[in-house]
Design a protein around this ligand. Structure first.
Ligand code: 26W
Length: 824
């Protein structure tokens, strides 16, 4: 049984093959035996598939061992429930985890394709919108790496995040059928499925109820391997696909009514078809609620089944199970676990509630009011009739507790209630999902110190008063494997050299030792050379894809993230226009040549965000084609931002734009990736920028603008955008050029709405209040860039300070304070 691919090959080979010959052999065997391709004629896609089969086989062996060990040890499991996992490509990470990366690189030599070229055949698994989804993917990597018996649970969307292309400067969305050619990384589990029910009525029997559902759908499990690094542990990401119940399918086919059969099938299977491509606004649509319940119910049934098989009782559930809610999207878990325990497994309500509160923990990822999920009571009643009763009962008991603590405080009760009473109109009553999460969890956290502080001071202030011990901070982190070791081989090799080995990948605090090297001229030169190589790689991509030439010696100024008003890409554009104007009127002094690089997707229904993308293209067209400025300023928008494009951009950045209005960006994780790759940050006192400053030193980061207290004060006093506009000629000129169609001569009114938003509708995100300091700070950036030694020094110190932003540190903090489990 214990025949690994290599030993099997060895047994046929006399004399024994070298390791690299074994690998070649293994790939060739897969090419012929699995892909059915003749090795000398194999395409890149064939090679990708064959190589993935080799890696998959090794991972599968480790996986079986890990899962067996966890089962035998009756290990406490950590379950991470998330509607989104933005995984990206799997190959590079898989090869690195099993230690085959270097050998594989050596295998792919000219005239054939390089390993990089082969790996580019893999489509991104883009099952997420942005920060929240990517965080979940980094956490899976870290949980496996630090040795947690961990599982991710989510939805196997047939269509992930849309692919973005640009037509005449405007975003066009195309469906992304990432599974069209099947994924070699997924393991369909034919025997793993659960029935998820919807609608119907309930019959009460005291504490419990019988739910006579109207519809049901099958949830089928598809597993993805999550390899740990520096360990044999392989964890599981289990994603659920919706399938029509077979009897319905067959029934209709048998009567010859194919159309009806297809309709039925679609009605059920559409649940897992597409990811909602909206970040930061709550969808409010029935299909979204069905998606949420679908994956929650299947996951909890799965978790209980595993526990039952290992323990034969649920009385010790909380000792062996921790379930983490990634934002409120899986909030219905609280009601579903109560239903499963009370109705299906006959546990008394009070005992079930006690388990529940010890099992769940919840992370909030945004303070934006429009993202706070609520669902109409009438909708939940119709789709999940049993759950609405459970929610009402939880609420009743919770409010009884509140009354005991604060007798007579009716207003408090109204504020913390799980139900927003909609001014007394039944049809306007809504369930507040965040409140359900807080009441049903023993821990609640924000994702940076500032965000966690604001959370308990603002949106959850009442709850923090009721349950102060429940609220914690867990500052986000990123996996150094994907975001440094794999994305930036040039810098990684340098670090291996300097730090005497590869352990920094597992102990990122070792980067501290680099600080001393900031003063070493030879190291600075090598560091700068690595960066330049990465910039060249990006410049080649941009030249190929966009036909724009970027000077690799210019300052690569990068803002890459979802397009959103609060992130203020528009403030960046205002600076670009200001700089262009200054270059033209001769007032520019000591400008370093710059390439301003944007990337990011706009939600399909988000007009303002789409306008910003268009404006960036219009500005780029003018600036890049003006012979008077083009050597000093270029602007590009790189389409279809996602994990793989990020892996290309992050290592090439000099300057990281983190310029959200203070108090709006919960944490940011791109800020960490960029700094880790040696970019200096220009940023506001927002999210994790503050902690980055604390770790790299205020003299090594460009912090500007109003802080949260000042933002509040400005808003309190009444922000005066018009006064700022009239008082600052450079600002006025930049805004006027937008408004009068300088960048859109064919349609002069194109950007009226942008102008109006800033000048006449209040400039909600205070771009004008931060503009002057931003532009001045950009001037300091130029001055430093022109002093290359100083710039490199500070960049090195940034890398050296990034230890705490490893997701391994974040996960260890969760393990200690939230999940109560040991790590290795
Ligand atoms: C219901 C629609 C919806 C979808 C996603 C609403 C809200 C979201 C997320 C909360 C948006 C998000 O991705 N938030 C980001 O989470 C990151 C990881 O914690 C943080 O680093 C970012 O600052 C935060 O914007």
């Amino acid at each position: 049984m214990n025949l690994s691919w290599s030993t099997r090959l060895m047994s046929n080979a006399v004399p024994p093959l070298s390791e690299s010959e074994q690998l070649r052999c293994a790939v060739e065997q897969k090419l012929v035996g699995t892909i059915a391709a003749e090795p000398t004629r194999a395409t890149r896609a064939d090679l990708y598939l064959a190589l993935s089969q080799v890696a998959r086989e090794q991972l599968a062996e480790r996986w079986v061992r890990t899962q067996n060990a966890d089962r035998n040890n009756k290990a406490r499991r950590i379950y991470y429930l998330s509607m989104e996992f933005l995984i990206g490509r799997a190959m590079n990470n898989a090869l690195s985890a099993i230690g085959l990366r270097d050998q594989t690189t050596a295998l792919f030599t000219p005239p054939g394709p390089s390993l990089e070229e082969v790996m580019e055949c893999e489509p991104d698994a883009a099952l997420g919108n942005g920060g929240l989804g990517r965080l979940a993917a980094c956490f899976l990597d870290s949980m496996a790496t630090v040795g947690l018996p961990s599982w991710g649970y989510g939805v196997r969307y047939e269509y992930g995040m849309f692919a973005q292309s640009i037509l005449n400067g405007q975003q066009v969305e195309k469906p992304e059928a990432w599974l069209q050619d099947r994924s070699p990384w997924e393991f369909p589990r034919a025997n793993k499925h659960h029935t998820v029910r919807f609608g119907g009525t309930c019959e009460h029997h005291g504490e419990w109820a019988e739910w006579h559902a109207a519809d049901s759908v099958e949830a089928k499990a598809f597993d993805y391997v999550i390899p740990g690094h520096g360990t044999d542990r392989v964890s599981t990401l289990r994603l659920w696909k919706a399938a029509a119940p077979s009897e319905i399918d067959l029934g209709a086919f048998n009567t010859g009514d194919y159309q009806r059969a297809a309709e039925f099938k679609n009605r059920f299977e559409n649940i897992s078809w597409v990811l909602y491509p909206n970040d930061s606004t709550s969808a409010g649509r029935e299909l979204r609620l069905r998606q949420e319940y679908f994956f929650v119910s299947a996951s909890l049934q799965d978790i209980l089944e595993r526990h039952q098989a290992e323990h034969g009782t649920f009385s010790n559930l909380a000792e062996h199970v921790a379930i983490h809610l990634n934002d409120t999207h899986p909030a219905i878990s609280v009601a579903e676990l109560m239903r499963l325990l009370v109705d299906d497994h006959a546990m008394p309500w009070a005992a079930a509630w006690d388990q529940c509160r010890r099992i769940f923990s919840y992370t909030n990822h945004t303070l934006m009011p429009e993202a706070l999920e609520t669902w109409k009571v009438t909708l939940i009643q119709r789709v999940l009739p049993r759950h609405i009763l459970i929610i009402y009962r939880i609420n009743q008991e919770f409010l009884d507790e509140v009354v005991r603590l604060y007798p007579g405080d009716i207003d408090l009760m109204r504020r913390v209630s799980l139900i927003d009473d909609g001014g007394g109109h039944d049809k306007d009553k809504r369930v507040r999902m965040a409140n359900l999460c807080i009441v049903g969890s023993h821990r609640v956290n924000g994702v940076s110190q500032l965000h966690s502080d604001l959370m308990v001071q603002t949106i959850f202030a009442d709850f923090a008063r009721l349950y102060p011990e429940r609220f914690h901070n867990k500052t986000n982190g990123v996996t150094p494997r994907r975001w440094l070791a794999q994305a930036n081989p040039a810098l990684s090799t340098l670090l291996d050299d300097k730090l005497g080995g590869k352990d920094w990948r597992l102990d990122l605090d070792r980067l501290q030792e680099l600080r001393a090297s900031a003063d070493d001229a030879a190291f600075r030169t090598a560091f700068a050379a690595a960066k330049r190589g990465n910039k060249l790689r990006l410049a080649n991509y941009v030249a190929r894809e966009l036909a724009v030439n970027l000077d690799p010696d210019s300052l690569f100024d990068v803002q890459v993230k979802r397009i959103h008003e609060y992130k203020r890409q528009l403030l960046n554009v205002l600076h670009v226009i200001t700089r262009y104007n200054a270059l033209l009127d001769g007032s520019a002094r000591d400008y370093a040549p710059r390439s301003v690089i944007f990337a990011g997707k706009a939600a399909s229904s988000y007009h303002m965000a789409k306008q910003v993308i268009r404006l960036i293209h219009d500005v780029a067209a003018v600036v890049n084609n003006d012979p008077r400025t083009r050597d000093l300023l270029r602007v590009v928008f790189i389409p279809n931002y996602g994990v793989s494009i990020a892996e290309l951009i992050m290592p090439a950045a000099n300057l990281s734009e983190q310029i959200s209005t203070a108090g709006t960006e919960a944490s940011g994780t791109g800020n960490m990736k960029l700094s880790l790759n040696g970019a200096l940050t220009i940023g506001t006192e927002d999210g994790a920028n503050i902690e980055i400053r604390d770790n790299v030193g205020a003299e090594n980061i460009f912090i500007f603008g109003n802080n949260t207290a000042q933002v509040n004060a400005i808003r309190q006093a009444g922000h005066q955008p018009l006064a700022l506009y009239h008082g600052d000629p450079a600002l006025k000129e930049a805004l006027d050029r937008i408004d009068t169609g300088f960048f859109s001569p064919g349609e002069r009114s194109r950007y009226h709405d942008i102008f109006n938003c800033l000048l006449h509708y209040g400039d909600h995100y205070l771009l004008l209040a931060d503009y002057a300091d931003y532009v001045a700070t950009q001037g300091r950036v130029d001055a430093l860039y022109l002093n290359s030694d100083e710039w490199q020094r500070k960049a090195i110190i940034n890398v050296a300070g990034m230890g705490p932003f490893s997701a391994d540190r974040t996960i260890r903090d969760y393990a200690n304070d939230t999940w109560h489990i040991d790590t290795n």
